[in-house]
Ligand binder design. Structure first.
Ligand code: NAI
Length: 360
């Protein structure tokens, strides 16, 4: 109990006595801490208030009194009572699918208090016909995770700083909550210079069958990063070469790649802006400009259906016989977010086509 705040201790004692029972206690018999009673814009109920107005009780009779907006020391009792009641429920926002999102910034720190508030909240949401519940528990409050799991919550996803749990309330309806993100997104850079040399790397960590292979620089894009800027960043990080993004030449979709997740791999054509190679020693063993013909002749590339095809596509692009996808920034009114739409030729606007863009 030493880490329990006074307000939480109050809730704990009420929980122990029973929810409605504790509400029926007269003011004089209930210890109300200033923090427990504090709400936005109103002062805390002080102990002298409870002494002075000991005849008023929580529950139905008090609710009737509160409805008539009884005032103590000039402050509306109605507001105070609803504030006390609300404190026994978790703070949550409605979502657009008839569910609720718990405000993780206002979680109690004590697991016993949390148990009580979570149970009360679930009953309340069930009564109101709410559907999905999203509960984000920060790593600093990881002791609340077993409580939520015991109450029927399931893991949805986790990040470094939190775990997200969900609960589907309607028993008669199938769970409609979307699953966790299903894909990782990778990029590869095809960078060609004016001597028909392609920028290649040897990875420090790779399978034994790939040892010594010269390959395109590849990597994963970061959260909220664009494909076009992720490709430019990866090439810069691994090789030190600055580039301009030209087109997405092709993309590969593969499954069960990393911990059962699928993989989207975007192969991007980039135009070199610098040529000096400075490798990232942490990830890369070596990097160089390699004649395209030599690159293609490597047994691992020649024998690999995907890379063989990728090179054929790139060569077709060099001859202007193929056109990749270039990003166009726009804001959709559906979600109001700036986004990138990747496409190639627009027949009635040839200037919009990137198929004529040169590579070096
Ligand atoms: N590397 C390749 O030869 C190929 C890559 N791709 C695609 O390229 C994209 C990126 O893949 P890769 O570059 O292979 O990524 P990767 O698996 O090499 O990971 C990128 C970097 O993350 C770090 N990393 C990843 N997992 C780690 C772990 N368990 N422990 C410590 N460090 C770790 C390493 O620094 C690594 O260099 C993916 O979409 C993939 O499908 C596609 C075909 C071939």
């Amino acid at each position: 109990m030493d880490s329990v705040s006074l307000s939480e201790a109050t809730v704990m004692r009420r929980t122990h006595l029973g929810f409605m029972h504790s509400f029926r206690q007269p003011f004089s018999g209930v210890t109300i801490s200033p923090r427990f009673c504090h709400t936005k814009g109103s002062r805390a109920i002080s102990s002298n208030v409870s002494n002075t107005k000991s005849q008023y009780v929580y529950g139905e009779s008090l609710a009737a009194t509160a409805d008539s907006d009884y005032k103590m020391n000039g402050v509306s009792l109605k507001n105070r009572i609803s504030s006390v009641k609300e404190r026994l429920l978790l703070d949550a926002f409605d979502d657009e699918y008839g569910g609720v999102v718990v405000d993780h910034g206002k979680l109690p720190s004590n697991p016993t208090v949390f148990t009580s508030m979570l149970r009360n909240s679930l009953s309340d949401w069930r009564r109101k016909g709410k559907k999905g519940v999203w509960l984000k528990l920060p790593v600093e409050q990881s002791e609340l995770v077993p409580v939520a799991v015991k109450e029927g919550f399931e893991y949805h996803h986790a990040e470094k700083g939190y775990v997200m749990l969900t609960y589907w309330i309607p028993e008669e309806e199938p769970c409609m909550l979307p699953g966790n993100a299903s894909h990782q997104v990778g990029v590869g850079g095809f960078v060609l210079n004016q001597y028909k040399e392609v920028l290649v790397v040897q990875e420090k960590y790779c399978t034994s069958s790939n040892t010594g292979l010269w390959k395109l620089p590849t990597g994963f894009i970061n959260e909220s990063e664009e494909i076009f800027s992720g490709a430019v960043r990866e090439v810069k990080e691994e090789t030190g070469v600055d580039t301009d993004f030209l087109e997405v030449i092709a993309f590969r979709h593969a499954h069960n790649v990393a911990f059962e997740k699928s993989d989207l791999f975007f192969i991007c054509m980039l135009k070199p802006l610098s040529y000096k190679i400075i490798i990232d020693n942490l990830e890369i063993k070596a990097a160089k400009w390699m004649p395209l013909v030599e690159f293609v002749e490597q047994p691992m590339i020649k024998g690999d259906k995907m890379f063989k095809r990728v090179i054929e596509i790139c060569e077709a692009r060099l001859r202007h016989r193929y056109c990749g996808l270039s990003p166009h920034r726009l804001v959709s009114t559906f979600d109001g977010r700036p986004s990138s739409l990747y496409y190639n030729v627009v027949d009635d606007d040839p200037s919009d086509s990137n198929c004529t863009a040169e590579f070096y």
